[in-house]
Design a protein around this ligand. Sequence first.
Ligand SMILES: [Zn+2]
Length: 161
Amino acid sequence: MTVRITKEFSFEMAHQLEGCNGQCSNIHGHSYRLFVTVSGTPVDDANSPKYGMVMDFTDLKKIVSEHIVSKLDHALMLRREGEVSKALSSVYTKIVCVSYQPTCENMVIHMAKILCRKLHPSVTLHSLKLHETATSFAEWYAEDNCANEDSCANVEGEAEF
Ligand SMILES: [Zn+2]
């Protein structure tokens, strides 16, 4: 039987949407909430320390914390080609420059690319949900983006934040 498990994460991050025709063109922050859902079959070997688990929640926490949360928490995310990143890169220590406009939508795509590579092949990244505010969020689903379960590992893109 296939089961989905989800772990929730949170981080504080500032960003700026250069060229946006609204308030988001200013540098501002969000308390992001990230829901990571993986699917797989619970281990049926009674002698395994992972007996009954799709994936140990501790292992999932370690991967997401290392590759996403620790990189983004208390960071400022800016578009690499933007004027603001050129001006501030030498002033602040934790600026994450990305090749795309740092919207919730683009961030969740980038996170999916990272996690598809980092997760153990015994599980599949099913979906990600990234809340920017309590009422605004973006979702990535493997079924929308991956031709088959194996294709997720081969997705193109930046490997890290
Ligand atoms: Zn924002």
